[in-house]
Design a binder for this molecule. Structure first.
Ligand code: ADP
Length: 459
């Protein structure tokens, strides 16, 4: 498997090569379509000037004249009708000129080898140092016919620029590759870190350090990853805590039931003790039943299926009052006083699920209350929605705890040791409220009490 790093480096170098080839092809095509004709015309004019000079000024030595002309930056080939040929200036790489072309010029016509130079994919005709890639003009000298072929000596003209351009291109290529090698490492490093972190998480370790502090998309990904990591770590912690809580919550009543059944079996007990044992067994089975019920509600609200709600018109006011009466004995036992303002109100919602909401909020305000504390319950009809508030004078919650109490399995520090619970109640409450498209929030002050407000839209 190729690593992302090598893939990135290879792709960049590939792009560089491809751009180079495409650039070459584009320049080549530009030369053939736009520059070639012009180039041919200009050089023909220059060749004609050489020829005119020879014809009009009749220099003593044509050869010396052409040698000087070549020194000013041309490659020159001359032939006369007796077949004598001469080259001036730098050699042609290829002396492949057709006899036809020679004869044509000797007979007085102009040869346009530059204009007609064939188009080739990677060879820019401009640089093709061939005798065919010249222009040819005729001239007369001392009664003889001559043909003069010339082309600019590109190497001579471009010698310095040539090597300068070569160096620039070479240095650019080397530097680009070096920077690509370094920058790719920098770009790929966070992904490598994330991959290692994912493997660690897979192995159950949520305590992974990520040294990624970037603002770009990868930085955002790393940030979300870190948040997810914290959440996963918390969930994992809560889950194992929950398992031990639930096991404890199941085991304690079972042990009690077992113990009291054995005592009842013995038989040598008074009627009074017998009644007491039966009551304990009854309470413990109720506890087990409510625990399993809560777990069951959790799995059903977890599905969050739209069709899961079974809404009906029902007297929500009566429902809340029924729950208060159900717990009057416990409230009495704890010395907690309840004040409520619950006007008659019909609501459209799922009665069974909403029963869970009120019961959870009421039992919490009893569990986390102080001795001889108070509970206030308010139901108000507010046109678009209904508002239900459960306010207690209990132990309260810190701002940190308030943020997390709706998380599944979460139990605030002060309740862990003192009161039995699973940390599921409020997360169930929140799911049910949200299934009704409502909201729940808490206002609380540590040591002074909490108020849970549920707002449900009228469906
Ligand atoms: P449980 O009561 O089973 O622990 P809940 O989900 O009902 O679980 O509540 C989560 C936690 O929120 C509780 O453990 C408790 O710490 C805190 N809490 C809930 N209701 C109150 C309240 N009325 N006053 C103070 N703390 C509360």
């Amino acid at each position: 498997m190729k690593s992302l790093y090598s893939r990135f480096v290879l792709t960049t170098i590939g792009i560089m090569l491809l751009s180079f080839i495409l650039g070459l092809m584009a320049a080549n095509s530009y030369y053939h379509n736009a520059i070639k004709h012009n180039n041919d015309r200009k050089n023909t004019e220059i060749a004609k000037e050489f020829a005119d000079y020879i014809e009009s000024e009749k220099p003593d030595s044509v050869q010396r004249y052409l040698k000087n002309a070549a020194a000013s930056g041309y490659q020159i080939y001359m032939i006369n009708d007796s077949g004598e040929e001469k080259f001036f200036g730098a050699d042609f790489r290829n002396n492949n000129l057709s006899n036809d072309a020679r004869q044509k010029v000797l007979s007085g016509k102009v040869y346009h080898g530059m204009r007609d130079f064939p188009k080739q994919l990677f060879v820019t005709g401009f640089f093709a140092n061939e005798l065919t890639n010249t222009v040819g003009v005729p001239f007369h000298y001392n009664g003889g016919n001559y043909a003069l072929f010339i082309r600019p000596d590109i190497q001579l003209l471009f010698n310095e620029v040539h090597s300068l351009l070569g160096w620039i291109t070479g240095i650019m290529a080397v530097l680009t590759i070096m920077f690509v090698l370094i920058s790719s490492k920098y770009m790929v490093n966070p992904i490598t870190q994330l991959t290692v972190a994912t493997k660690e998480i897979h192995g159950g370790n949520f305590d992974v350090e990520l040294d990624i502090n970037r603002e770009d998309e990868i930085g955002q990904l790393a940030k979300s990853f870190k948040e997810m990591l914290t959440k996963l770590g918390q969930l994992d912690e809560l889950r194992s805590e929950f398992v031990s809580n639930v096991s404890h919550d199941i085991q304690t009543p079972l042990l009690n039931i077992q113990g009291y059944t054995k005592l009842l079996e013995k038989g040598d007990i008074t009627e009074e003790e017998k009644r007491h044992y039966f009551r304990v067994i009854d309470e413990e089975t109720n506890r087990l039943s409510s625990l399993t019920q809560q777990l069951l509600v959790l799995t059903t609200v977890d599905k969050e299926e739209k069709g899961f709600l079974r809404p009906a018109y029902f007297e929500v006011s009566q429902q809340i009052k029924d729950i208060i009466w159900k717990y009057l004995w416990l409230l009495d036992e704890k010395g907690i006083s309840v004040n409520y303002s619950i006007p008659d109100l019909i609501f459209h919602g799922d009665p069974t699920l909403l029963y869970n909401v009120w019961e959870n909020l009421l039992t919490n305000s009893m569990k986390y209350n102080k001795e001889n504390g108070e509970i206030e319950i308010l139901l108000t009809d507010e046109q678009e929605h209904i508002r239900v508030v459960f306010k207690d004078s209990g132990i309260g919650l810190s701002p940190e705890e308030q943020k997390r109490i709706f998380d599944r399995f979460y139990r605030a520090d002060n309740s862990r040791t003192k009161v039995e619970g699973t940390g599921l109640g409020l997360s169930i409450v929140k799911s049910i409220v949200e299934m009704h498209e409502g909201r729940i929030h808490v206002d609380s002050k540590q040591g002074e009490g909490s108020a849970f407000t549920v707002i449900l839209p009228k469906m």
